[in-house]
Design a protein around this ligand. Structure first.
Ligand SMILES: C[S@@+](CC[C@H](N)C(=O)[O-])C[C@H]1O[C@@H](n2cnc3c(N)ncnc32)[C@H](O)[C@@H]1O
Length: 198
């Protein structure tokens, strides 16, 4: 798959739709999972900033009827994103009540976070808001992952990436940045990956 192919948003959106995913962002998680083996069958996965639900659907397909996915977003998931082993919490990740609901079924083997603030077009503001979400996602990972658990979080480039990687290296055996090809060339988002919680 060439990087240029990803520059044709309609093609990738149509491909996602034809494969039953509500958003093209699924191909980013697919690449991350192929490279790092983030998601395992028979595990518990927490999806932060999940709507419309393509990462949730990818996680459910990986589990193939085993394990459990808990997804959280301010907005609802797409109507057809449903499964017996899916819990959806509609709410704000910053809300303490949402955090305690997320822990009701126990700890997680993977925390995946594609949450993004609504963009203003002002890069300084957008990056600062993205950093706030990254910090929060690291807190979820630190407090809700089992030992050996994996973590991925989206960050807008320029947003204190080194500071968060340093923090993640204290929590995980390894931590690094990774920009999937599926991030369109013009996009300034990238991902931080933490593997094997200590
Ligand atoms: C890029 S979308 C996620 C796409 C999703 N991974 C998928 O594949 O369908 C980012 C999401 O983050 C959510 N979000 C941003 N801030 C949030 C917050 N404070 N609490 C909950 N969700 C939030 C937005 O509502 C939005 O749906």
């Amino acid at each position: 798959m060439s990087a240029n192919s990803y520059e044709k948003p309609d093609f990738w959106s149509r491909k996602a739709f034809s494969e039953g995913y509500p958003a093209r962002s699924v191909y980013k998680l697919k690449e991350i999972d192929e490279k790092f083996g983030m998601l395992k069958k028979n595990s518990r996965i927490l999806d932060l900033g999940a709507a419309p639900g393509s990462w949730t659907v990818f996680s459910l397909r990986t589990l193939n009827g085993t394990g459990h996915v808990t997804s959280i977003d301010l907005k609802p998931l797409a109507k057809d994103v449903k499964a017996d082993n899916l819990t959806f919490i509609q709410g704000d990740l910053y809300d303490e009540e949402v955090r305690s609901q997320a822990l009701e079924g126990g700890y997680y083997d993977a925390v995946i976070c594609d949450a993004a603030p609504p963009t203003t077009g002002n890069r300084v503001i957008d990056t600062a808001r993205s950093s706030g979400l990254v910090e929060l996602a690291i807190f979820y990972a630190q407090t809700m992952l089992v030992q050996g658990g994996n973590f991925v979080v989206k960050i807008f480039q320029g947003g204190d990436q080194q500071k968060y990687l340093k923090q993640m290296r204290e929590i995980f055996e390894s931590a690094r940045g990774f920009k999937p090809e599926a991030c369109r060339n013009e996009s300034f988002e990238t991902y931080l990956v933490g593997l094997n919680k200590k």
